[in-house]
Design a protein around this ligand. Structure first.
Ligand SMILES: Cc1ncc(COP(=O)(O)O)c(C=O)c1O
Length: 401
């Protein structure tokens, strides 16, 4: 079968909820992937930051296989030997007190919403069913009906209503607006990305995160950070919040926590917040199963042992500066942190999609977000030589304007 045959079959039998680049992958190793016709590409997307440890990472594979050969999914009706070790490591690394394991990112966000609301009723004494959660404009937290209900992106919610309510939007990065909304005594939490990924690698003003946390503290509002995309080294720190603050009240993780091979997500919080959950109040058949725990534990060990956050910072600074230095007429802005970079493309000159297709033809796989942003997020295990290889192919395209 050729490339087009695979594409035709997917298009015939799958819902059209994605718009993939026309390349059919069947093999990977490290930062490289291959298509069914044997072409080799440098992965500059890492499964939207899930594949930070690199494809076919030997340590992740060993953790998976050895766990598969020992104990699979007994459910949380019983204690198991790996979950405590995973939770302990993640709590120590993040500085949070306790974790509640789930599978996908959206499930961990839903967990945070439940925690914030219960804390609002039980601790802040908000009247029954009146709790409000603040969210940021331009947010992306997943695709459940509750979550898309508070998205500011019309297309994410079109004809999926009615929505729950209970959410108030504040302009991302605007501290005055946040202060006004947080003063409402019915507000229990503020859930936000520390830097916005799907919105197009949007960086808030410097100092914003620390100030936002102070405002939430002043008004007794939980400050909950969604680091599903920015966490685990992606922005040059273990967690993006560490660029400005010690600890939020709640932390949401996913993607790279599963080593790129298994859905592992978590909601972490201070003990007083996590205490709102009691037996039967929340759960998941697969959440925190031994395979997830073994992989999560190994993904965290790799992050530490291979100093991926430091690598992300050093190589990310280099990649970003090299892109800025290209001075491309297509590019209005280059921004980001660590190996998480967005190029804002001038739509009058070229579409982000067309650029991604041109990069693909030169052996680099990345993806547009919205019509005008190209995101670069290679595995954090990438080498400087591999980045130079990519720059050598990106430069002629960006300078062809
Ligand atoms: C910040 C953020 N939150 C939540 C999600 C949703 O995660 P999932 O697709 O695993 O449900 C994503 C996915 O891109 C994300 O970037």
């Amino acid at each position: 079968m050729k490339t087009q045959d695979y594409i035709d079959r997917e298009q015939r039998y799958l819902a059209s909820n994605y718009h993939p680049l026309p390349v059919v992958l069947n093999k990977a190793d490290g930062c490289w992937v291959w298509d069914v016709e044997g072409h080799k590409y440098l992965d500059f997307l890492s499964a939207y930051s899930a594949m930070s440890a690199g494809h076919l990472n030997q340590r992740i594979q060993n953790a998976l296989i050895s766990q598969l050969n020992t104990l699979g999914v007994p459910s949380r009706a019983f204690y198991t030997d790996k979950l405590g070790a995973f939770a302990e490591k993640l709590c120590i690394l993040s500085g949070m007190d306790q974790m509640l394991p789930m599978n996908t990112g959206a499930e961990a966000v839903e967990t945070a919403i439940k925690a914030a609301r219960r804390w609002g009723y039980q601790t802040k004494k908000i009247p029954k069913d009146k709790a409000k959660i603040i969210v940021s404009s331009g947010n992306f937290h997943g695709r459940t009906t509750t979550i898309v209900g508070f998205s500011s992106e019309a297309e994410y919610k079109r004809d999926f209503g009615p929505f729950d309510g209970g959410f108030v939007e504040t302009p991302y990065g605007d501290l005055d607006a946040l202060e006004r909304i947080a003063a409402d005594p019915h507000v229990c939490g503020y859930i936000t990305e520390p830097m916005q990924g799907e919105a197009g690698i949007v960086m808030p003003p410097e100092g914003w995160l620390a100030e936002a946390q102070a405002i939430c503290k002043k008004h007794n509002v939980l400050f909950i950070i969604d680091e599903i995309q920015t966490g685990l080294g992606r922005t040059g720190k273990d967690f993006a919040f560490q660029h400005e603050i010690n600890n939020p009240d709640g932390l949401i993780l996913g993607k790279a926590l599963g080593g790129g091979v298994y859905p592992v997500s978590a909601f972490l919080a201070s003990k007083d917040v996590m205490d709102v959950f009691d037996a039967g109040s929340h759960g998941s058949t697969f959440g925190g199963n031994p395979i997830a725990a073994a992989i999560g534990l190994e993904a965290l060990s790799i992050l530490e042992d291979e100093q991926l956050s430091l690598k992300s910072k050093t190589l990310g600074d280099y990649l970003k500066q090299s892109l800025i230095d290209m001075n491309s007429g297509y590019v209005r802005d280059v921004r980001g942190a660590g190996l998480w970079i967005g190029m804002d493309i001038d739509p009058d000159k070229i579409s982000a999609r067309t650029l991604c297709e041109q990069f693909k033809d030169e052996g680099i796989l990345c993806k547009e977000t919205h019509e005008t942003i190209v995101r670069f997020a290679p595995p954090l295990t990438i080498t400087k030589d591999e980045i130079d290889w990519a720059l050598g192919r990106i430069r002629p395209i960006l300078q062809s304007v």
